[in-house]
Ligand binder design. Sequence first.
Ligand SMILES: [Zn+2]
Length: 283
Amino acid sequence: METATSLLDFIKDEFVPEPKEIPERIQKEIKLDLEELFCPFCGHPLEYYYISKVRPLITLKYDISLRVVHKRCVNEGCVAAAVNRRFYNPSLDLCMLPKKMYAMDVILLIGYLIQQENKTEEEVVKYLLEEHGITISQPSVNNYKRIALALGEALIMGNAEKIKSGLDDLSFRVYSIDGLNSNKSRILFVIRDLISGIILGSALLDKHDSDTIHDFMEAVFQKFGTPDYMVGDGERGLIGAVRKYYSHIPYQYCQRHFLDNLGKDLMEALYKALKKNLIGKTP
Ligand SMILES: [Zn+2]
């Protein structure tokens, strides 16, 4: 048996983790096109308008140089033409915010790490670098944390009643549910009101089986009302949850198909609601 004067000799260095290998970033140049050929308001063919300047977009996995194709409706009688509404791929608004370089998956992950895992801003800087190869400064993390809070629960808590009454005014509710791939096996789920674009809930789920996804959906539905229609992607757990728990609610795989398949009555209701909003807001 050895005699020791300190236990530290036996544990020193053992708890210093090996430095991780930083994942390599994937560079992409993307021109984001719009699939819709016809104006969703009047059915007139959309015309090419312009392509935006290059802007950087950093997602959890990619460094993207992005240009966005804009189209417009030139039918004089159409509300979209009257307010010079530009049409671009709807995934743009889902994935990024105006004038912000980091994509929604990064922003919501920052919010999650700080709110749910109680990481400090410095720990988030380290986490994003080690897990995703993303370089971000602490002041930026602070800035995005505020945005994430505003997008997420904090804003919803304060405004839940207002948002809900806004939804109650619509003749029907359409929610979009999207799973954004996050690190490891986690998926970030975001539920939005498709008409206003407001985020009703987000969660980074460790498990994405149908029961776990259902729990998240149900929490949002309890707060804001059950949708009349749902639009989402083909994520297996999500499809499973919809089939098992919401088989009475029509579910569409993507927004474009949803708009294509909307009945005339519903389209008119949507048209009126949008007309009010668009005309009210345009200078
Ligand atoms: Zn039109």
